[in-house]
Design a protein around this ligand. Structure first.
Ligand code: PMP
Ligand code: GLN
Length: 381
């Protein structure tokens, strides 16, 4: 029977495509974003403790309360947001689940949702499945922050939601305080919600601060703010994240969450709760940890034909390759992987209408030795 697909234009995500090609080619994988080093030993020990200690049945639907309390404590300490652990914090199976549930809970058929290109690839399929329409607004090169006049012009009475991501994957840009004010201004008192994808909240460089929506009560009242323990604790394979949102929005989120996954897994939640309680300052060291890797990677590439402005945040670095080749980024990344043994992510795939860009994204969440071997290859090109 022919299938009338609900997602006819959607193929396999570029992260899976490139990681498979890298594995098949034996290439160094700087494509999909994940560290090639482990999470903190004490965290692994706590999770193992609970796994071996009989904590292997369902957690409460909204998440282990001790973990939700730690999340509330963290957002109070960092952003001055007094979120209630019981009614405003939900633990999910990764940020991906939180984003999917948030979009599904809010978007109705015919609603418009503003997204910014290059856009993380999980948003639009969720919008489409909910019957909504994504309105793509390109971020302004070279800063990759929004053009607020274009946002204001795109808003109409069908606009239901804005989904945005800062620090931004793939460009490494970071929204500034002036972007948050501009956002508040374009929203005014319109009935528009926000999904703030803040999975790289702890990876902001050069002494800038992360402008979390949780700092801005006027934005938070209409927002679902999403983060990922996978990014923060170098454990992307655990698929564990959370959403902080006002109680009424959290209620709607949980209506979907309880029927998508019901809960995230128990021993990881228990272990994270212990670790966050014991080492709340862990997150304060992440900017320096990743900034050193960013700088190392860029220094190693001096003299190569890849050029770029240092990322302001995330563990990604975009680099322009126009001195090297005139190929499309999709072709170049394939060739780099298969012929030269180094995998990266083409950026054009994150655009509804790709501009004439010659840039690719490298993940620098790697051991120094991996970065050195990667740079050696890139410098030879
Ligand atoms: N949003 C962005 C921008 C990301 O880069 C990622 C990580 N792949 C996610 C969401 C999903 O995070 P998680 O792995 O926790 O689902
Ligand atoms: N967010 C990760 C990246 O940007 C990948 C996550 C995934 O593979 N879905 O590379």
């Amino acid at each position: 029977m022919a299938i009338d697909s609900k997602l006819p234009g959607v193929g396999t995500t570029i992260f899976t495509v490139m990681s498979k090609l890298a594995a098949d080619s034996g290439a160094i994988n700087l494509s999909q974003g994940y560290p090639d080093f482990d999470g903190p030993a004490r965290l692994l020990e706590r999770v193992t403790h609970y796994l071996n200690g009989g904590f292997n049945q369902y957690a409460p639907m909204a998440g282990v309360l001790a973990l939700r309390e730690q999340i509330a404590r963290k957002v109070a300490r960092l952003y001055g947001c007094r979120a209630d652990a019981e009614t405003e914090v939900t633990v999910t199976a990764g940020a991906t689940e939180a984003i999917f549930c948030a979009i599904t809970a809010l978007v109705r058929p015919g609603d418009e949702v503003i997204v910014f290109d290059p856009v993380y690839d999980s948003y639009e399929p969720a919008i489409t499945l909910a019957g909504g329409v994504a309105r793509h607004i390109p971020l302004r090169s070279p800063t990759y922050r929004p053009d607020w006049d274009r946002v204001a012009a795109a808003i109409n009475n069908r606009t239901r939601l804005i989904v945005f991501n800062s620090p931004h994957n793939p460009t490494g840009s970071v929204w500034l305080a002036e972007d948050m004010s501009a956002l508040a201004e374009v929203l005014g008192d319109r009935p528009i919600y926000l999904v703030a994808d803040e999975v790289y909240e702890h990876i902001v460089f050069d002494d800038e601060r992360h402008e979390s929506v949780l700092r801005y009560p006027d934005l938070y009242r209409r927002a679902l703010v999403v983060s990922s323990f996978g990014k923060t604790y170098h454990v992307t394979g655990w698929k564990i994240g959370y959403c902080v949102a006002p109680a009424a929005l959290t209620t709607e989120l949980r209506k979907v969450h309880q029927f998508v996954t019901f809960v995230a897994n128990t021993p990881v939640q228990m272990g994270l709760a212990d670790y966050m309680a014991a080492c709340p300052e862990y997150v304060d060291g992440l900017p320096a940890f990743y900034q050193r890797k960013r700088d190392l990677f860029l220094n190693l590439l001096r003299g190569s034909r890849f050029v770029g402005t240092p990322s302001a945040g995330t563990y990604f670095q975009m680099l322009d390759y126009s001195e090297l080749s005139n190929e499309r980024d999709v072709d170049l990344t394939r060739r780099l992987t298969v012929e030269h043994g180094i995998a990266a992510i083409p950026v054009s795939v994150f655009y509804a209408t790709p501009p004439e860009l010659r840039v690719v994204r490298f993940c620098f969440a790697k051991d120094d030795d991996t970065l050195a071997r990667a740079a050696e290859i890139l410098c030879r090109l």
